[in-house]
Design a protein around this ligand. Structure first.
Ligand code: GTP
Ligand code: MG
Length: 379
């Protein structure tokens, strides 16, 4: 690519709050993850600020002294200020006033990444829906306070009447998108019914973003799905066939990854996509065992599965990226846990074990279905 046309990466300062109950480690991990998100969105996280506070400041989240400190940092060529905590509409506006820079929060950042990645019509509609739902409560007019300031720079903007018009327009658009997505959902349900008629069982990959779900699907099925060392590389679901020991075919579906504090607007908007997870016969939970925070990541995934009503599904823990560990033997104990395999999508290690585990799970799923059927038939 010609460097002249390469888009300039925005320089960002990241800001986190550490609550008294939170360990420094926790707060720093969360800020580190925010940095990964910022990079995935195309920004350069150049500065980090962590403030210890028991209660967030209602006006600006961080205290006025800290805000002054951040304002000084902004002079160092910063374009963008990213908060790890969610901001209300008025906090965001107050902060933009104080700092003189664009301000976004974690949810806004994640929504931005999704908007950049969405390719399919369905993906784009879902992201737009989440963005509008995020925007709606944040659309507050300057109203009285600013009209008292007498106009001029910074006071121009939508007045209350314009805002009401905007709000109504947004609500209409939300209804329209929801109708469109309902059609997508019905179409997907039809496809699923077709698969059920052919008695094909399905397993869905779930896992933290960047855990290696798409890489594993590629390794198991010789597909060529895009993979990337970025958060949320995959948004649209894909289905591929795999043959497991015993000769049975399983349909594997890959989908969007999860993250801690996954915006609820996104979970709700991605209902059509995430239905693949809910409707699958069992789950393959991919865990990046080389990540220092894998246990918390795995818990975050289970929490989202709970939100989706899929926590009780049969599940295989797939501990991935074992090739990255300096002492792979140290995690051999994980493979001895029930329904757990240790693998590497990169080297292919453990993939046969994974296929065996799938064949076994398939048997238990079918047995359970047969029992349920017999019970229904019993007079
Ligand atoms: N060393 C190593 N790297 C891996 C392995 N599996 C995946 N990766 C790398 O991890 C990064 C993420 O892989 P993806 O397959 O895109 O992960 P994903 O879970 O699909 O991520 P999202 O779609 O973004 O949620 C890529 O850079 C992969 O090359 C592995 O077994 N070993
Ligand atoms: Mg992926």
């Amino acid at each position: 690519m010609n460097a002249v046309f390469a888009p300039q990466r925005e320089v960002a300062v990241l800001i986190g709050l550490r609550r008294p109950h939170q360990s420094r480690w926790d707060a720093e991990d969360s800020l580190e993850e925010l940095a990964q998100l910022a990079i995935s969105a195309g920004a350069t996280p150049a500065f980090r600020v962590l403030q210890e506070r028991s209660l967030p400041n209602p006006r600006t989240l961080i205290g006025p002294g800290k805000a002054e400190e951040v304002r000084a940092i902004c002079e160092e060529g910063v374009d963008l200020v990213i908060f790890d905590d969610d901001l209300t509409g008025s906090q965001q506006r107050n902060l933009e006033g104080v700092l003189g820079r664009k301000v976004v929060d974690r949810t806004g950042l994640i929504l931005d990444i999704f908007a950049q990645r969405a390719r399919s019509r369905e993906g784009k509609l879902q992201v737009e829906l989440a963005q509008l739902k995020y925007l709606l409560p944040r659309l507050t007019g300057h109203g009285v306070e600013l009209s008292q300031l007498g106009g001029g720079i910074g006071t121009r903007g939508p007045g209350e009447t314009q805002l009401e018009v905007d709000r109504r327009r947004i609500r209409r658009r939300i209804v329209k998108i929801e109708e469109g997505l309902e059609k997508v959902r019905r179409h997907r349900a039809l496809l699923r019914r077709g698969r059920q008629k052919q008695a094909l069982l399905t397993a869905a990959f779930v896992g933290y973003t960047n855990a290696g779900k798409s890489s594993l699907l590629n390794a198991l099925t010789h597909a060529a799905l895009p993979v990337a060392d970025k958060f949320f590389a995959t948004l649209d679901p894909t289905v591929r066939k795999v043959i497991v020991p015993g000769g049975r075919v399983i349909l594997l579906s890959d989908t969007v990854g999860f993250i801690r504090k996954l915006p609820h607007q996104l979970v709700a908007a991605f209902k059509a996509t995430l239905e693949e997870v809910r409707a699958s016969d069992f789950l393959l939970h991919v865990i990046d065992i080389s990540h220092p925070d894998w246990q918390n990541q795995s818990q975050a995934v289970m929490a989202v599965l709970g939100e989706l009503g899929a926590a009780a599904k049969p599940l295989i823990n797939v501990y991935n990226k074992v090739d990255k560990l300096p002492h792979p033997e140290a995690v051999a104990f994980l493979a001895r846990r029930p329904r757990s395999v240790v693998v590497s999508a990169r080297t292919g290690a453990g993939l046969d074990d994974l296929k065996y585990a799938m064949a076994e799970t398939l048997k238990t799923v079918e047995d359970a279905t047969a029992v349920a059927r017999d019970e229904r038939r019993r007079p």
